[in-house]
Design a protein around this ligand. Sequence first.
Ligand code: GRF
Length: 214
Amino acid sequence: MSCRTAILISGSGTNLQAFIDRVASGDLDLELSIVFSNRPDAFGLERARKAGIPTECIEHGKYPSREMFDRAVAAILDVYEPELIILAGFMRILSPWFVAHYEGRILNIHPALLPKYPGLDTHQRVLDAKDEWHGSTVHFVTPELDAGPRILQGRLRVDPNESAEELQHRVQAIEHQIYPEAAGLVGSGKVAFHDGQTLIDGDMSDKPVLRTFE
Ligand code: GRF
């Protein structure tokens, strides 16, 4: 049975589209059960509708606290009994309550080689630091932002002459490959979260799987 998966978005949803395409092509065994957005105008909702995936939206501004919003989101998601929660450009910091509710079942992708560059504006920061490598990281979500145990990283060599925008595009292309791959590993049980760590085939792994791209 495929792993029931909820995808949470706030924006354009190119990562969501990568999941949709991989599932449609038959090489990703997830059931995309629900796409949730906190913004009604998120283009990703269109992508989901076009693919025949149920969509739900509630706006965070209508809730008095972060946790009350998160509890409302979980009440919606839980109708679909998700086994995996994919954050795909979901621009909300999650409450400790939400993270505990789905402990070890939430994945995020962050456009940097974590633990380097948590937070925003990663591409410009990489260029400013003249780093040789940049990329993106899929990790389990823990209460601390961008700090959960890593699963898979995709990296590329930085061209010192490229703009932050060009670098962002190249990193996004990597994300579209590594995020479905990492979710498939978790969905199939090959990779799991245990005691705050990533297990690969049952063994603790403090290093993520690393893929290098041209
Ligand atoms: C991605 O670059 C991801 O790294 C970050 O949010 C962005 C989402 O883009 N967490 P999209 O909505 O999937 O196009």
